[in-house]
Structure formats: structure tokens, C-alpha cells
Write a protein that binds this ligand. Structure first.
Ligand code: GDP
Ligand code: MG
Length: 163
């Protein structure tokens, strides 16, 4: 069975953009509308001769009262159970939010191998993009730009070394 990497995080942080980058497809829906990807999306990727499965999710929305949001959350939790490594995606532009902190608490309890991915980090030094997210207590954040492809080889080397 191929190792599985799952993308989670609040809506609009760039999970689907990262999914498309990693899998080389345009299958996942990317939009300015938060929470557009309601269902799980599966794709395969190869990096440095290693194949793995990438799962995109509709995201975790700890504060939402929308039943559709709850559905997406159930899907994400189901998929999380099956995953070998979690990529927790956050947004360098918005900085660390209360939703990020709530998701971080949930993921810490889950106890799965995890990498904190600070997306939208283009245009600033990686260390600066990452600085606000150390407080989540999930280790050293990895700064990337899914849109521009920055930081992805370093991210994948780090994740695959752990699989
Ligand atoms: P999701 O809801 O987490 O799946 O987020 P999406 O992938 O749908 O992206 C949400 C918005 O963020 C879209 O407008 C993307 O174009 C934008 N976005 C994604 N990645 C980046 C990035 O690396 N840099 C910037 N500036 N915008 C990004
Ligand atoms: Mg999405």
C-alpha cells in the first residue's frame, strides 16, 4: 500500500492549490470561495522515485455552524484516520488565527506524524513567514508557496524521510 499524506487546515489556506501542485492535476477545485472542496480528493504523486497518495479535504472548520461544513469535517476526520502523515496547512498572509489554534489542539491529540506547512509565503524570507506559527507547538513550520512552487522539494524531502 502506498503511503498516504493528507492535507488539512481551515478553508482558503491553499490546500487544493498544494494538492494540484503535488499531484500535477487540476482535479481539486480552487477558488476564492472558502470551503469549496466538500469531498475528499485523492491523487498520486511521485517525488525522487517515491510514490505516495495525496488526499485533499474540505478542511476543518471548528467554529462553523453550517451543516455542510460539518459534513466536510466528518470526511476530513475519516480520511485523517487512514493517513500516514498529516500536512497541516496555514496561511502566512493571515497569520495564526484562533481556528488554526483549535485545529492544532485537535491534531496534537490525534498524535499522527505531522508537518506544519506555512503557505502563501512568497515575497518574504521563509523564517519570517514561519515565525508566527511556532506558537502552535507543532514543531518547525515549513514555509512554501503552493502557487509558485517555492519550498515544495524541501517539504517533500522532510515528509518522505518520515514515512
Ligand atoms: P483551500 O480552501 O485551502 O483548498 O484553498 P485553495 O487552494 O482553494 O486556495 C484559496 C485561495 O488562495 C485561492 O485564491 C488560491 O489561488 C490562493 N492561494 C493558494 N496558494 C497560494 C500561494 O502560495 N500564494 C498566494 N498568494 N495565494 C495562494
Ligand atoms: Mg480546497
Amino acid at each position: 500500500k502506498l503511503p498516504t499524506i493528507i492535507l488539512v487546515g481551515r478553508p482558503n489556506v491553499g490546500k487544493s492549490t498544494l494538492f494540484n501542485r503535488l499531484t500535477g492535476t487540476r482535479d481539486a477545485l480552487v477558488a476564492d470561495l472558502p470551503g469549496l472542496t466538500r469531498d475528499r480528493q485523492y491523487g498520486t504523486a511521485v517525488f525522487e522515485h517515491r510514490a505516495f497518495v495525496v488526499v485533499d479535504t474540505g478542511g476543518l472548520m471548528p467554529e462553523s455552524q453550517d451543516p455542510l461544513a460539518a459534513l466536510a469535517e466528518d470526511q476530513a476526520r475519516l480520511a485523517l484516520d487512514e493517513a500516514d502523515h498529516v500536512l497541516f496547512v496555514v496561511d502566512a498572509r493571515s497569520g495564526c488565527t484562533p481556528s488554526d489554534e483549535a485545529i492544532a489542539r485537535y491534531l496534537r491529540r490525534l498524535g499522527k506524524p505531522l508537518t506544519l506547512v506555512v503557505n502563501k509565503a512568497e515575497g518574504q524570507p521563509p523564517a519570517q513567514a514561519a515565525a508566527d506559527f511556532f506558537r502552535l507547538g507543532l514543531g518547525e513550520p515549513q514555509a512554501v508557496s503552493a502557487e509558485h512552487g517555492h519550498g515544495l522539494p524541501a517539504l517533500l524531502r522532510r515528509v518522505l524521510a518520515d514515512l
